[in-house]
Design a binder for this molecule. Structure first.
Ligand code: DGJ
Length: 736
């Protein structure tokens, strides 16, 4: 077997390091993780196609034979499996790339030239494959970064040319995959504000199924670029072949799933080409965002653990670090606060036992004070009436009270009722010929403009410079792009169709600068809920706000679905007063991620305060399991009237199980059968203890019993949920 390890630091130029269009012996390129392989091969005309995707063969040498098993002999079939499908030449299906050359020609052909394999370390390798058009000097490099142990492949594309004038890219996908199976079942999401991550499962039939966004900024509001694709039959948590994938891009995306006439599936994903033709200058490189995927033959659970392991280790800022608990004032006060009220909340935060107080929206703007969401966005000076002594004073007061201090910003946005709008209309994304159209009474600033990038960077830099002890940033982004027009691009003589791409690139430039100067400060990504999380943004953010819907029953479903893609160290779950559901249920639900509060502590009863203080102590004991452990989903709330999940540590000596009833219908509330645990060691012994009990209640479980891992995984444990026990948290500890 050709082991990537043996290729250490070896640069391989296969035939054609010099440009060569002659038919030649097939070149086979295996892109292998620990257990899987994506195998590419050239055809007789030197075009590169995908010949295999799945569990890797024992003998890598046998990869070369795979293509003969799939003869696609009709006049078009030979290009359906293209590793990066060009447009306008031979191809009749959905392309991965579409180009208009500088002479107006619209066809592109791509032929294999060479490839290189580079071993970065014991686990990570990078493969790049150069393709060129024989008739025009346009080249495409396909990049694959392989994280072997995690079974994750990150892939992107770089497009370049040396034609005399600019070429136009009409489409420039990140990934073009090809699958062969009996059936393809797509698990994807749709939603809206407060209804994030609603799952759909669809059998893909002939034609194209598209997941996309054209929203520009908070691109995921209606659907995120995250999906799971089952092959042959619907994968379960433990069984079945499944690909879990997503695009790492904080803007418009498009993922096409096309079943071709051989019943093979073509998946093409990347930036949404909608209104985004890109004029590429000679020698300029266009790098697409990364498409990130993992494949498992053992169900969705393993696929999602792969993704979590990869994300914590390689992607999320401080992904293996720790996180702060906090008290936020948004739902507690909305815009209505002053220094005195806030000082009271600081004391509440301390009394509760959280690490930090987070001041939300409403602290800024004077000419047009931010007393509601109609005014003030863009004017990032402390409101003198509410905060006469400024943020610095609040930081000191919070410190005196014994908690850290964090702050909310929404630096990419402007209210038309603001001084910023009056001074810098040219910074605003708006179509001068048309009436403005608002989303939450605001408009996005034009981040394609370097001056706007400086401004946005300056908002954060000023806050940190004036208040070096600021401990946390919540970065909000509520509006979408309507009337996408940039005065900056117009002045530069650049096409307006660059706006959606350059906006996101501008955002990343700002975030790069912030992280260069402030590498560690935790920052939460937020956009009126989970509208904006992705694995590019999480290079800069430590966490994200999953949904404005803090009703715990809704959260069980939203958090459950989100858990497939993002490890529990990233989503913030807050306990609020939005729902009348009991405090224990709200707390237990928040604990399965990054727990926080958005309440008035002084409104808690004595019992509720005692319960919450103890819950925060309990959280300290289990947070490393939740943040860094292996997640096993034991029961989906979509299938039964409860959800059950558990996290185990790597040593299999400590675990925590969360159980949530999702109905109050009398005849459905019992849990008469035990729930089988997962991820334990069958030969170890464990004690199961109920935690987070509300004062005055006691557990109905016998904490004296000791069980083997084998027993717990084959017989299980019955959390005894019912109308009086709607949520149950069990700590499972090894007994030596
Ligand atoms: C939307 C966020 O999701 C909320 O948590 C809050 O920060 C508001 N914006 C503030 O305007």
């Amino acid at each position: 077997m050709l082991k990537l390890a043996r290729l250490s630091l070896l640069l391989i130029f296969l035939s054609g390091a010099t440009f060569c269009l002659k038919a030649q012996n097939a070149v086979t390129i295996p892109i292998e993780t620990k257990t899987n392989a994506l195998v590419l091969q050239t055809d007789k005309d030197n075009r590169l196609g995908t010949i295999y995707f799945g569990k890797k063969l024992l003998l890598t040498s046998e990869n070369a034979k795979i293509s003969q098993a799939y003869p696609y002999n009709d006049p078009n079939g030979g290009i359906y499996n293209s590793a990066y499908t060009p447009s306008g030449s031979w191809n009749l299906l959905e392309p991965a790339i579409q180009v208009t050359h500088s002479d107006g020609t619209t066809s592109l052909e791509l032929k294999y030239v060479s490839h290189q394999v580079q071993k970065i370390d014991e686990n990570v390798s990078q493969i790049s494959i150069l393709l060129k058009d024989p008739a025009y000097p346009v080249e495409v490099t396909l990049w694959y970064k392989v994280y072997a142990q995690e079974n994750v492949i990150e892939q992107w594309t770089v497009i370049k040319h040396i034609e005399k004038k600019n070429i136009t890219l009409q489409k420039y996908a990140s990934a073009n995959l090809y699958f062969t199976a009996d059936n393809y079942i797509l698990h994807h999401y749709h939603g809206a504000w407060g209804r994030e991550m609603h799952p759909e499962e669809t059998l893909l039939t002939a034609g194209i199924k598209t997941l996309d966004s054209k929203l520009g900024t908070r691109a995921n509001l209606f659907q995120p670029p995250t999906f799971m694709l089952s092959f042959d039959r619907q994968a379960t948590e433990e069984e079945g072949k499944v690909l879990l994938g997503t695009l790492a891009w904080s803007g418009n995306f498009k993922l096409d799933f096309e079943v071709d006439s051989y019943h093979n599936l073509r998946m093409i994903g990347g930036i949404n080409p909608h209104a985004s033709e890109y004029s590429l200058a000679p020698n300029q490189e266009f790098k697409t965002p990364s498409f990130i995927s993992t494949f498992s033959e053992h169900g969705k659970g393993e696929a999602s653990r792969n993704m979590h392991n990869w994300a914590r280790k390689y992607r999320i800022l401080d992904g293996e670090g720790s996180r702060l608990t906090l008290l936020n004032n948004w739902e507690a006060t909305y815009f209505d606060f002053d220094e005195q009220k806030l000082s009271g909340l600081f004391k509440g935060a301390k009394q509760l036992g959280v690490d930090m107080f987070l001041l939300d929206d409403g602290w800024f703007a004077n000419k047009y004070p931010r007393n509601d969401d109609f005014a003030g966005l863009g004017d990032w000076q402390e409101n003198r009436k509410k905060l006469p002594n400024g943020i610095g004073y609040l930081v000191k007061e919070a410190t005196k009270a014994g908690v850290k201090f964090g702050i909310w910003v929404e630096p990419e946005m402007v209210n038309p009722k603001s001084e910023l709008y009056e001074k810098h209309l040219d910074w605003v994304i708006r179509e001068p010929q048309r009436p403005e159209h608002y989303f939450r009474n605001q408009l996005p600033l034009d981040l394609s403009n370097p001056e706007v990038q400086d401004f946005v960077y300056g908002v954060l830099d000023n806050l940190f410079t004036k208040n070096p002890d600021l401990a946390f940033i919540k970065w909000d982004c509520n509006a979408v792009v309507y009337n996408g027009h940039s005065m900056f691009l117009q002045k530069q003589g650049l096409p307006q169709t660059h706006l959606y791409v350059e906006y996101v690139r501008g955002l990343y430039k700002v975030l790069e600068r912030i992280r260069a100067k402030y590498p560690k400060v935790p920052m939460m990504l937020c956009s009126g809920g989970g509208g904006r999380v992705d694995y590019e943004a999480l290079k800069y953010f430590t966490e994200f706000w999953l949904s404005d819907n803090t009703d715990p029953l809704e959260r069980v479903f939203i958090q459950y679905e989100n858990s497939y893609f993002y490890p529990a160290i990233t989503p913030r779950n807050h306990i609020t007063d939005r729902s009348k559901v009991g405090l224990k249920y709200r707390t237990d639900v928040a604990m399965m991620g990054k727990m926080g509060y958005d309440i008035v502590v002084s409104n808690l009863t004595e019992q509720e305060l005692t319960f919450s203080q103890k819950a925060l102590e309990n959280y300290k004991n289990i947070n490393s399991l939740v943040w860094k452990g292996d997640l096993y989903r034991l029961q989906s709330p979509w299938e039964k009237a409860y959800a059950s999940l558990m996290f185990t540590d790597a040593a299999q000596s400590h675990a925590v199980m969360f159980n949530y009833l999702t109905t109050n219908r009398f005849d459905m509330v019992y849990s008469p059968t035990p729930i089988k645990l997962k991820g334990l060691n069958p030969t170890k012994n464990y004690r199961v203890t109920e935690i987070n009990l509300f004062p005055g209640t006691s557990s109905t479980l016998n904490a004296d019993l000791v069980y083997s891992g084998d027993y717990l995984m084959n017989i299980g444990v019955n959390p005894d949920m019912g109308l009086k026990r709607t949520s149950v948290i069990l700590e499972i500890t090894e007994v030596k």
